[in-house]
Write a protein that binds this ligand. Structure first.
Ligand code: ADP
Length: 220
């Protein structure tokens, strides 16, 4: 199952990835995670990309493509992979085709309003760092931490205006990529307004029916 995963903030990309990587033993490859790890290690690559990450700019295509190419040559990708955060440009998508064929580009989407509703419900304890969600795991008492009673706060990037901005920026970048895969007839879309509990089995079914998911689970 060689797929690219596309989804705006709050859509549930992380939950979907975790399900498929665990059940089918395929790696989740996030270029953002790779770069952050290299920066933390202060490796040669890390030093090269640090300035781009610090400024929130895209790392040049040649560097990203090389990193992905190397990662996809590792043996754990033999059964497949889930690529996340790549490709981000048409050039990257074209280069990816030279590295490996893809079975699908999966677009998990929710509306901007739904993203705001989901993410603005997230609160953290400024003292112990525990994360709450008013819908999914609310604190026992109104906006105070269950463990130390501190007043919970919202992270600055979970403020509604910031969520809207992140959502729009996401689609500014990824809309051309979505179009690209649509034209190649590789696009599979799932509306995750129904929630991951229902959306995951639905997607799994679609992938099997379309012959995209052909490997057997590695744990039963
Ligand atoms: P964000 O933090 O924007 O949600 P990521 O965690 O995917 O995104 O990536 C963090 C940073 O790593 C990006 O801001 C960018 O500098 C770099 N990066 C990750 N993936 C790519 C890519 N495919 N092309 C160019 N730069 C990338």
């Amino acid at each position: 199952m060689r797929v690219v995963l596309i989804g705006p903030p709050g859509a549930g990309k992380g939950t979907y990835s975790e399900y498929f990587t665990k059940k089918y033993c395929i790696p989740h490859i996030s270029t953002g995670d790779i770069f952050r790890a290299e920066v933390a290690k202060k490796s040669e690559l890390g030093l090269k990309v640090k300035e781009y990450l610090d400024r929130g700019e895209l790392v040049p295509d040649e560097i990203v493509v090389e990193v992905v190419k190397r990662r996809l040559s590792e043996p754990d990708t033999k059964r497949g992979f889930i690529l996340d955060g790549f490709p981000r440009t048409i050039k990257q998508a074209q280069e990816l085709e030279k590295i490996t064929p893809l079975d699908a580009a999966i677009h998990i989407y929710i509306s901007e309003e739904e993203a705001v509703r989901r993410l603005s419900n997230r609160y953290v304890c400024p003292v112990c760092g525990r994360v709450y969600n008013l819908t999914y795991n609310p604190p026992k008492n109104d906006l105070t931490c269950d463990y130390d009673g501190a007043k919970l706060v919202r992270r600055s990037d979970d403020e509604p205006e910031v969520i809207r901005r992140r959502y729009q920026v996401y689609y500014q970048t990824f809309s051309p990529i979505i179009e690209y895969y649509k034209e190649k007839r590789l696009l599979v879309e799932i509306d995750n307004t129904i929630g991951s509990d229902k959306g995951i089995p639905l997607l799994e079914r679609i992938l099997v029916d379309k012959g995209i998911l052909r490997i057997k689970p590695c744990v039963t």
